[in-house]
Design a binder for this molecule. Structure first.
Ligand SMILES: Cc1cc2nc3c(=O)[nH]c(=O)nc-3n(C[C@H](O)[C@H](O)[C@H](O)COP(=O)(O)O)c2cc1C
Length: 399
């Protein structure tokens, strides 16, 4: 971590916005230190100590509409709040005296060895958060030894992301209506060495903040995005309105389960479905041979009122009955949240906003920092619960 650049954002964030931990720290400083010491402390503020600190840095750094795009959820944000609150309701019961003082955080997902069970969820528009965008996120994930979930809408081509790092990558597919474009895209993903394809199927996005802020992708970014996917007819000579119209009609939002038959016919890559909440959908996914299920409500960004993902995870695990690997995302902000998700049966978790904020705060260094925080916090939680390895994290830890 580059201490100075993070410190700079903290100064901006805490001083002017009075947010979270950072502001609490500054009140403490003012009360207890001599004036010249105060000055020194201001110049070398500490690294962020948690995800909330990183969120505050992103808020200080980004234009309001971009920060809101990342941070807010749909409608009344019931699901967004529930995702976080549900983890906070769960209690951990640590068994004592297990003789554990260190832990091995490594695990295996879809045959891929990871150094920690925390992956980066697909997140759109990353070039709006940092000039290096997804290239920086890919590098940080590779260094941390985890999977980078690459959004169809990340803002770079699949090849650009692939050449930025050799770490494990899964491609998240939004499906072009034009199946020739979809097929070519899938073939490019395979050729570029991605390890799996995630198909995101949840719907119902209704974000008040984005409508109020009139949040849009700048024209150049939208052109690049559509061309990267393979819509070669798009040029920057077209009017912005025409491009927006094209974009709103280009994607298949009426998918049914038969889509996976088509996808299986064009790729041998492992397939995951993202957006599962109901046990019968999980059973269906297993019955058609999908390799992975991501229990997700899109981080509260789709239909508001959906339940917290951690609350539905146990029923999904039961329905799947070992027939596929099950992952979960939404509301994971602490290493203890990761422990809780693993205890309730997830193979690994994915984080979205924590690394989007980190990317905005400090690019690759920021994403590396947030992954390091999750690693340290999970290690602490595992040692405290006597778990020497990930497979020791059992259901009985949670009441
Ligand atoms: C800014 C932003 C953009 C997102 N874009 C996508 C996307 O393009 N595709 C997708 O499948 N999920 C997308 N998601 C959802 C994430 O993959 C993930 O499900 C969610 O962020 C998890 O919740 P969390 O943010 O509380 O960690 C996005 C999330 C955010 C915050």
């Amino acid at each position: 971590m580059d201490r100075r650049s993070f410190a700079q954002f903290l100064t901006l964030g805490a001083g002017s916005l009075g947010l979270g931990q950072a502001s609490a720290q500054s009140v403490e400083d003012n009360n207890s230190t001599a004036p010249d010491q105060k000055l020194n402390q201001k110049q070398s503020r500490p690294d962020p100590v948690n995800v909330a600190d990183i969120q505050a840095m992103a808020k200080a750094k980004l234009p309001r509409a971009t920060f809101d795009y990342i941070t807010t959820g749909s409608a009344d944000q019931i699901t967004l709040r529930e995702n976080v609150a549900a983890y906070q309701r769960l209690r951990v019961y640590p068994p004592l005296m297990r003789g554990v003082s260190d832990a091995d955080l490594s695990t295996t997902v879809l045959g891929q060895k990871l150094k920690l069970p925390v992956m980066l969820a697909p997140v759109a528009a990353q070039r709006m958060y940092h000039t290096q965008g997804g290239l920086a996120a890919a590098r940080a994930a590779a260094t941390a030894g985890t999977v980078y979930g690459v959004s169809s809408s990340v803002g770079h081509s699949v090849e650009e992301i692939a050449s930025s790092s050799s770490g494990p990558k899964w491609f998240q597919l939004y499906v072009p209506k034009d199946r020739k474009v979809a097929r070519t895209l899938v073939q490019r993903v395979e050729r570029a060495g991605y390890g799996a394809i995630i198909v995101t199927v949840d719907l119902g996005e209704w974000k008040d903040a984005d409508r109020r802020n009139r949040f849009t992708l700048p024209k150049q970014m939208l052109v690049k995005h559509l061309r990267d996917v393979g819509f070669s007819q798009i040029t920057d000579k077209m009017s912005y309105d025409d491009i927006i119209k094209f974009n709103s009609e280009a994607w298949d939002l009426s998918l049914s389960w038969q889509f996976f038959d088509w996808l299986r016919s064009v790729t041998k890559l492992p397939l995951l479905i993202k957006g599962v909440l109901r046990p019968e959908d999980a059973r269906k996914a297993v019955s058609i041979g999908l390799d992975g299920i991501i229990v997700s409500n899109h981080g509260g960004r789709r239909l508001d009122g959906m339940p917290a993902t951690i609350d539905v995870l146990p029923n999904v695990i039961q329905a799947v009955n070992g027939g596929a690997e099950v992952f979960v995302d939404g509301g994971i902000r602490r290493g203890t949240d990761v422990l809780k998700a693993l205890a309730l049966g997830a193979k690994a978790v994915l984080i979205g906003r924590p690394y989007a904020w980190a990317l905005a705060a400090d690019g690759e260094t920021g994403v590396a920092k947030v992954l390091e925080l999750f690693r340290e916090e999970l290690l602490n939680a595992m040692v405290a619960t006597g778990c020497a390895k990930v497979s020791d994290i059992e259901r009985s830890l949670i009441a």
